[in-house]
Design a protein around this ligand. Structure first.
Ligand code: ZN
Length: 192
């Protein structure tokens, strides 16, 4: 398992509701925290590790043994309040940072891996991370929400990632796009 980068098609896939949690999924969650810490992130969505499943992990401390490790299964966000612009980055868009305007406060409804209901009102950094990660599950990347002119600064970096992706597929380092889709369907058959 590894973190995939733009323009891997799983990043544009709308993740389906999870209807099963088993030992393998629990292991996947642990591995996702490890990958997130290695990459110095504070949130990671399942489709960023090429899994079309509706969940993400968060630890605002970004370090193992610090902060709180949280898993949000089948999250839904409601009651957006206020608006705030702040800089975001993404582990699937290395080196890119840009200002994104989002609601300041949101309510999240989700489940943890034991099936307990999570419902809370989030603000500040947590509200931003929850919205960024939920966007991933809907196939949305942070630059989609950026001002069109501000987004122009990413042109070269995105083209670079596009050519790296094409090379990785051509060299066999990544599977073909058709095989990626087949693999997603397989995961969905098991968990959704
Ligand atoms: Zn991201």
């Amino acid at each position: 398992m590894r973190i995939i980068r733009y323009p891997h098609p799983t990043l544009r896939h709308v993740s389906k509701t999870i209807r099963r949690v088993d030992a393998e999924l629990t292991t996947i969650v642990e591995r996702m925290f490890d990958l997130m810490y290695e990459a110095q992130g504070i949130g990671l969505a399942a489709n960023q590790v090429d899994l079309p499943l509706r969940f993400f992990v968060v630890n605002l401390a970004g370090k193992p043994g610090e902060g709180e490790e949280r898993v949000f299964l089948n999250p839904v966000i409601t009651r957006p309040k206020g608006s705030e612009e702040s800089e975001e980055g993404c582990l699937s868009l290395p080196g890119m940072y840009g200002d994104v305007t989002r609601p300041k406060q949101v309510r999240i409804h989700a489940y943890d891996v034991s099936g307990n209901v999570i419902q809370e009102d989030a603000s500040g950094m947590l509200a931003r991370v929850l919205q960024h990660e939920l966007d991933h599950l809907d196939g949305v990347l942070f630059f989609d929400r950026m001002d069109e002119m501000k987004r122009l600064k990413f042109t070269d970096a995105l083209e670079q990632l596009e050519s790296e992706f094409a090379e990785a597929v051509a060299s066999g380092e990544l599977t073909s796009v058709a095989e990626m889709a087949a693999r997603r369907s397989e995961w969905e058959r098991t968990y959704c």
